[in-house]
Each structure stands twice: as C-alpha cells, then as structure tokens.
Design a protein around this ligand. Sequence first.
Ligand SMILES: O=C([O-])CC(=O)C(=O)O
Ligand SMILES: [Mg+2]
Length: 224
Amino acid sequence: MGVTPAGPVSLTARLAALDTCALSDALDGYGRAGVLAGLRPLWPVPRVVVGRVRTLRVGPREPGAGPTVHLGTQLVETAEPGDVVLVDAGGRTDVSSWGGILSTAATRAGIAGIVIDGACRDIGESEQLGLPVFGRAVVPTSARGRIVQLGMDEEITVCGVPARTGDLLVADVCGAVLVPQDLAEQAVELAERIAARERDMVAAVRSGRSVVDVMHDSQFPSPR
Ligand SMILES: O=C([O-])CC(=O)C(=O)O
Ligand SMILES: [Mg+2]
C-alpha cells in the first residue's frame, strides 16, 4: 500500500489516480491479459471508474421457459458500494443486457459502474443518473423474453480475459482493463512507475527535446 504524509492510500484510490493505458502497460510488463478490447464508454463518462468486480453471465432464454427473475437484479441487491458489474453477454449487440431500471437500482446500491461485453439500452437514463456504462453498443431491443441470467459470481471470460468476482476493474475514455486480484498490488506499483516515466517524457518534449530522441528505445528505459 502506498503511503502519503496523510497516511496509507487505498489501492482503489491509487487506481483512480492512474488510467487504463498505464495499467495495460503494467499488465504487459507481467505478461498478463487484462484489456477488454472493444469495450468503450457508452456515454461520455468524465472520470476513471474503479471498483471490485461482480460477475454476471447472460445468454439466450430457452424456448418455452417460464417466468424468471430479471437478469442482474439479484446481483444488484447483493452489491456493496463501489462494486462494478461485469456482464458476459458473449459480445452480443443485437439485444440489450442492461437498462435504466437496473441502473436506477444500481445507483441506489452505490455500484460504481457497469461493464458489458455486449449492449445496453436506456443509456440516457444511465447518463442522467451519472452511472458509468461501458460496452460494445447501445440498442433499443429489450432483454425480456430473449436473454436471461445464467450465472453470477462465477468465473467468466470477457473479451478473451478471464475474470472473477473480487478482481479489480478500471475503465475510462480509452476502454476497460481487468486487474486480476492476485496481481493488483504489483500492477498498481508498476503502473505508477510507468505513469511517472511518461510524465518525464512529456516534460522533456515540452522543454524542446526532439520527440525522436525522447521516444527512442534507448531513452527513458521501461520500469520493468
Ligand atoms: O427490459 C429490459 O431490457 C430492461 C430495461 O429496459 C431496464 O432495466 O430498464
Ligand atoms: Mg428500460
């Protein structure tokens, strides 16, 4: 845990001071996957979103299946403030996996954000609530009668990246990165060093040094 004159800083606060690019580079440094490629903010979210993952897996409703709970509702009701809902919808963009009623409940539960390997609807409602939603697309088509919850808090694979409840997730204007729980402390430390190196490189360019020189592989060695 990092320490400031005011005391220890939580991992979440340190992640919020970073960004997805620094964390992607840090995971590269450890040879681990984490970038959820293809996901982006579905409204112009103005901040870095950080939280503890809760996983949700959804898929097609069986023909003739009876009434069932709406996907995600049990997860929202058991969420802790600061959680991020990570939805494995298999990349489907023809049907929504999240909507405004769910966002209203998620906001009341203190959920920090929704990240979907798939699509959502009612995005204007989520924006009005200030609830960040990341995903592949927005589509008006309802989940009702089409897709259902298949599991929650189980290991899922999202955009080719394995994810579990308890992992950390960072999302911003550039996309979303999953930080595995077992690597979180080390990834944050390395990302902080990467961010410091980038600040030094930008300062060198601003001071008039040639960008050819500053970005040459022989200069500003990688922190790992
Ligand atoms: O019917 C749905 O797909 C869910 C929905 O719109 C909402 O949560 O508001
Ligand atoms: Mg709705």
